[in-house]
Design a protein around this ligand. Structure first.
Ligand code: LLP
Length: 430
């Protein structure tokens, strides 16, 4: 579900008129709904309750302190991919002992920091990395809890840049080599403690079948590892897709009713529970996008319009530096005027101010014929939106707001130009 809807001709997030937020703090601004996030999280937990299931929110999807703190209040763990993300979790009041640490390129300072903070587990991606963690743990006089990410070689049917579970990808260890690697760890790496097994086959999966295929492929390995090494968990990763095209037009419930083939939390849970329950092991899920994606819209203002020979362009004040998904993954985000229009749809490109032809949020899109000065909402912007933003073209990072019922709170103020250059200096000055 999500909490964005028109009321009396104005787009609202929960009980707040988005036009009011834009009028007070300007645009671009990311607006998150507390209700959507907490409800989706509850749905996740409820759906997986027949299992000993634990949610580790994938911090990379949206790492704002207030969003992480909201997750902390709900008692979830975290899937992190850097020392920086671990720091953010702790800074937001989170518990390091509920963190799993993934990623192919962990550095020595990051590994030391994670060991000092006593994280739950390193999810490792190569033998080299395991040997490095073993060495560092030995020096520190501790045992490092580890799991290895197994690559099951399953096609996730998603965009090529966000598929991770085939042997063409840099991630994980081939399923054909995983047993040998665990034997090597047990025999040769005394400062490691084998705690689990991990996998993650890709992101924005809209079908359930690849998840089922991967679980069926890896379950026999999990069984063996329970017997051989007493592993206590299997993390099956994240990847559950959201609805990008159709979420506001018809309202999500209606959309789902018309698209029964599209993954839902309930459908996902119902398909995997029978496969996982017999293993009798703790299951970790690492959703990122599914918890924050539909929970946010980015507000942006139409600056200009231009009718050319071939196309009509609407220039907005948000660029690929604010949301890079259309440029990088051919991502689709619905764009709606905050003040409702009727019967004036045109086809246009919605483009940003960045000096790149790839700087668009939508191309050849049927959209309301908005005029300069009007505020627009770019939907489903809560995952990999702000967290992938940059200051390219020396554009300050956008503001972020959390809506809670009738109230809204700034959870990140707009960056200043001074903040953009903080840390820069002339040679010899730093
Ligand atoms: N676990 C691991 C090990 C991951 O690598 C990821 C995402 C997740 C969990 C969370 O996946 P999710 O539930 O959010 O699909 N920037 C791209 C998505 C990159 C995903 C990277 N890994 C995008 O905007 O589509």
């Amino acid at each position: 579900m999500h909490s964005f809807a028109y009321k009396n001709g104005s787009l609202h997030c929960e009980g707040v008129n988005l036009a009011d937020i834009a009028a007070v703090i300007g645009t671009p601004t990311f607006v998150y709904s507390k209700k959507t996030i907490t409800e989706d999280l509850s749905e996740f937990r409820e759906a997986l309750s027949p299992l000993d299931a634990h949610v580790a929110y994938a911090v990379k999807a949206c790492s704002n302190k207030a969003i992480l703190n909201l997750m902390v209040q709900q008692g979830v763990g975290f899937d992190i991919v850097s020392g920086g993300e671990l720091w953010r979790v702790i800074n937001a009041g989170g518990d390091a002992t509920l963190c799993t640490y993934a990623g192919v390129g962990k550095t020595e300072p990051e590994i030391r920091y994670a060991l000092e903070q006593n994280i739950y587990c390193f999810n490792c991606e190569s033998e080299n990395e395991l040997r490095e963690i073993n060495r560092i743990a030995g020096e520190m006089g501790v045992h490092a809890p580890i799991a290895v990410r197994v690559n099951p070689h399953v096609d996730a049917h998603t965009h090529k840049y966000i598929t991770t579970g085939t042997n063409e990808n840099k991630f994980g260890v081939d399923i054909t080599r995983i047993e040998e690697l665990y034997a090597t760890i047990a025999a040769e790496m005394p400062h490691l403690r084998i705690r689990g097994l991990q996998m993650h086959i890709g992101s924005q999966l809209t079908e359930i079948r690849p998840f089922v295929e991967a679980i069926e492929k890896v379950a026999p390995v999990v069984r063996k590892f329970i017997d051989l090494y007493g592993i206590e968990f299997w993390s099956i990763g994240g990847g559950i897709g959201i609805v990008y095209d159709g979420c506001l037009a018809s309202g999500l419930s209606a959309w789902w009713a018309e698209h029964p083939e599209h993954i839902t939390i309930r459908g996902y849970a119902d398909a995997i529970i029978p496969l996982l329950k017999p293993l009798g092991i703790k299951i970790i899920v690492e959703p990122g996008r599914r918890l924050t994606g539909n929970a946010c819209a980015m507000l942006t203002t139409c600056l200009y319009e231009k009718r050319g020979e071939a196309k009509t362009f609407k220039m907005i004040d948000a660029g690929m530096n604010d949301i890079i998904r259309p440029a990088l993954y051919e991502g689709y985000h619905e764009i709606w005027p905050v003040t409702e229009h009727r019967d004036d749809t045109i086809v246009a490109d919605i483009v940003g101010p960045i000096c790149e032809s790839g700087d668009f949020q939508a191309q050849n899109r049927a959209i309301a014929d908005v005029k300069p000065g009007e505020v627009l909402a770019e939907m489903s912007a809560g995952a990999y939106g702000f967290s992938m933003a940059s200051t390219y073209n020396s554009r300050p990072l956008a503001a972020e707001v959390l809506v809670d019922g009738e109230k809204w709170h700034i959870i990140r103020r707009r960056q200043t130009l001074e903040e953009i250059v903080t840390g820069e200096c002339l040679p010899g000055e730093c």
